[in-house]
Design a protein around this ligand. Structure first.
Ligand SMILES: Cc1cc2nc3c(=O)[nH]c(=O)nc-3n(C[C@H](O)[C@H](O)[C@H](O)COP(=O)(O)OP(=O)(O)OC[C@H]3O[C@@H](n4cnc5c(N)ncnc54)[C@H](O)[C@@H]3O)c2cc1C
Length: 383
């Protein structure tokens, strides 16, 4: 553990590792085999206090971004799929409630969501609207006492496990692109909801689900934030979650790297070990240097977020750099295992696919570059 971290964080990570050893490691292969995460997992995790947002006294409170990043990295080293299930609940769904929910909504759902008894997710993306977040077509029609929602959210992480979804829909079709969308809190156990779990190969054992809303009634008090501000609000959620997903992505890179190092120390061939080949030593050194540099960028993003400063550029830089390293180190690490790397149940097998998943969530690499350059132009025009 890095000695530059505050003592409190170092102690917490050591406690978290014990938690993982007792509560997670023994169950992991079963969850992978079933391709399913039991909903109890969220509760075990939340009740132990590891979520970055929790209910205290009468309000939702957020712990520091650095703490969340350390926990996400540690969890993703072991299982990026578990880490993404936590992220979808806390950094997407619960963050929507935290940032835009009325005090009454927070009081209704905050205590149970804060401990993972109620599971949350975010549904924005549709078949025709991914990077182009504003292109959604789901409609929200105003009716007496609330809204009627119709349409399909195509890619919802934890959409199968979740009870509540933060959903964007077009409430004002005649308004401009920036004012036509609103955000709603939708009960996924209510009438008119149909869910289809998708058969995916990344981030096992979290689920990725298609959710169809057929004339779903959402009461007025379940509008999140302001009518017509849904686009800005969902972008704010994604900007926030770029920091923890960078930590998750870094954990994916580190998890594969550490397994590779262990393998290289042990694997005998040509009368020696893999670590005895200098060509491999140089590759290890190069990846290690880039992992360390990416972590520094991530911690800079955490510092910016924790200080309350604008962190849009830092969060996109962290996401961009961690995805770059994860996409390179994970197939290289799998290659060091030779043939066994193709076996589905082998621990190294999942990392290359999970690194690919990271490059899609919270915006692709192209989208990060758009944000980085836009912020760069702003900064340089001010100086
Ligand atoms: C495993 C997984 C989990 C997900 N979970 C969720 C979730 O919980 N909630 C949710 O709402 N969504 C979720 N998504 C959807 C995800 O956010 C989108 O897939 C992502 O934003 C990309 O959108 P798209 O798939 O429509 O690709 P597209 O937007 O069609 O992009 C296709 C390609 O075009 C490039 N491109 C796009 N715009 C530009 C541009 N302006 N300039 C240059 N290149 C560009 C992209 O980089 C990409 O290479 C998830 C997706 C996956 C795979």
């Amino acid at each position: 553990m890095d000695p530059t971290l505050p003592d409190e964080r170092i102690k917490e990570i050591s406690e978290f590792r014990s938690f993982l050893s007792e509560q997670v490691r023994p169950n992991l292969s079963g969850w992978y085999k079933n391709g399913q995460l039991p909903v109890d997992f969220f509760r075990t995790f939340g009740e132990a206090g590891w979520f970055g947002i929790r209910w205290e006294a009468d309000r939702l409170v957020r712990t520091s971004a650095l703490r969340e990043a350390l926990i996400a990295e540690e969890l993703a080293k072991l299982s990026p799929g578990l880490a993404v299930a936590v992220l979808a609940h806390v950094n997407l769904g619960l963050t929507g409630l935290y940032l835009f929910g009325s005090q009454q909504l927070k009081q209704t759902y905050g205590p149970s969501a804060g401990i993972g008894q109620t599971v949350m997710c975010v549904g924005n993306s549709e078949n025709q609207a991914g990077s182009d977040v504003a292109a959604i077509a789901m409609s929200a029609q105003k009716v007496d006492g609330g809204w009627r929602l119709n349409g399909t959210k195509a890619w919802v992480t934890s959409g199968y496990a979740a009870d509540l979804a933060v959903v964007t829909a077009v409430s004002d079709p005649e308004a401009s692109r920036n004012s036509r969308i609103s955000m709603f809190l939708v009960d996924l156990n209510g009438d008119g909801i149909r869910r289809k779990k998708l058969n995916k190969m990344v981030w096992i054992p979290s689920d990725l689900t298609r959710i169809k809303l057929d004339d779903v009634f959402v009461p007025d008090d379940h509008l999140l934030g302001q009518r017509g501000k849904g686009l800005q609000q969902v972008l704010e959620i994604f900007t926030n979650s770029r920091v923890p997903i960078s930590a998750l992505t870094l954990g994916t890179a580190v998890g594969a790297f550490e397994l590779a190092l262990d393998r290289a120390r042990k694997r005998k061939l040509f009368g020696g070990k893999i670590i005895d080949f200098q060509a491999k030593a140089f590759e290890f050194a190069d990846f290690y240097a880039r992992i360390e540099a990416s972590r520094l960028m991530l911690w800079k993003a955490c510092a910016a977020m924790d200080s309350g400063r604008d962190f849009r550029q830092e969060s996109s830089l962290a996401k961009y750099l961690t995805v770059q390293i994860a996409r390179e180190v994970t197939p290289w690490a799998a290659d060091l295992f030779g043939a066994v790397s193709v076996i589905r149940d082998h621990p190294i097998h999942k990392y290359p696919m999970d690194a690919w998943g990271s490059s899609l969530g919270e915006g692709t690499q192209d989208v990060q570059k758009l944000v980085i350059f836009r912020e760069l132009l702003k900064q340089t025009s001010q100086s």
